[in-house]
Design a binder for this molecule. Structure first.
Ligand code: FE2
Ligand code: FE2
Length: 296
């Protein structure tokens, strides 16, 4: 059984901003920009030789950069809801692409010999075939539930990467990205609640959508990304002679053992819209279940 650690309390993690305010104006005020990151101050000695972070950060930079394909599909899916479509196009997509741009700049600064564009192009040729409108849940409410799962996954992922890093510029960057992912989760949850009021979906179907998307997180995107990073790594870490299977297994092991399970489960329970007492009661058994699902 994999041990899932919790480094900070879920409540503290769940608040992306110090005073807990989540309204749009507050978020604007606390926004960040890729130009604010001091890439020239990266302490390369602390990061260059970290093979695991090489793969995990490169992979993340690919997936985030590929966000626009997905964002336009999703905006199209919600075209009958102008507020949602507008937020997806103007806010969510912009932030995800900024994650990609900032991560790319970081990895290119640390590992300048990696042919990022060529590797990304080969990744994207495969990845873009996976992101089609047909992949979206036909039910608008349930697709929002699936988005909540994805944002929970990215929040936990960046939280974990940050825990694994001791390079200060990277820690700052990953902190910004993680806060954005929590913000995305909150918006998707808010829109889900709005749609639920219009035409409610039963809790059984919501739980089914949560579980299905959670299982998909295991396979999918990150594997595709890692494969293309590996194929283009050139001489980087060639002295260690690891096969792709080994690299993928290490990455998976590292992420799954460090994942903040309590944070993830608290987020995952939100779309069920349970009364607070019931949510507290379900917390322990669901954590055990999630641990089993996410463990290798
Ligand atoms: Fe992101
Ligand atoms: Fe996100």
């Amino acid at each position: 059984m994999t041990h899932l650690s919790s480094h900070t309390t879920a409540k503290a993690l769940f608040q992306p901003y110090p005073n807990g305010g989540a309204d749009a104006r507050h978020e604007e005020a606390h926004g960040w920009h890729v130009r604010d990151i001091a890439f020239e101050q990266i302490d390369r000695a602390r990061i260059e030789g970290n093979e695991d972070l090489f793969y995990l950060l490169m992979g993340a930079s690919f997936i985030e950069t590929g966000s626009d394909t997905y964002a336009s599909n999703l905006a199209e899916h919600y075209r009958e809801y102008p507020e949602i479509a507008d937020w997806l196009r103007n806010r969510w997509e912009r932030e995800e692409l900024q994650h990609g741009a900032a991560l790319r700049r970081y990895v290119e600064t640390v590992w300048p010999g990696f042919p990022w564009q060529a590797a990304y192009d080969s990744f994207f040729a495969e990845y873009s075939r996976l992101c089609t409108v047909e992949e979206l849940n036909e039910d608008r409410q349930l697709e929002m539930v699936a988005r909540c799962v994805v944002e929970t996954g990215t929040t936990a992922y960046y939280h974990t990467l940050r825990e694994l890093s001791d390079e200060p510029v990277l820690r700052q960057l990953l902190g910004h990205i993680r806060s954005d992912e929590v913000g995305h989760f909150k918006y998707f949850l808010k829109y889900f609640k709005q749609l639920q009021q219009e035409s409610p979906v039963g809790r059984g179907r919501i739980a089914g959508a949560l579980y299905a998307r959670l299982k998909e997180l295991r396979e999918s995107d990150s594997d595709v990304a890692l494969r293309h990073v590996y194929a283009h790594k050139g001489w980087y870490f060639s002295d260690r002679n690891r096969s792709f299977a080994e690299v993928a297994q290490r990455a998976y092991q590292l992420i799954s053992t460090q994942l903040p399970a309590d944070l993830a489960v608290r987020m995952l329970l939100k779309p069920l819209l349970l009364p607070p007492r019931l949510e507290g009661y379900l917390y322990a058994p669901i954590t055990r279940l999630a641990t089993r699902v996410m463990a290798p």
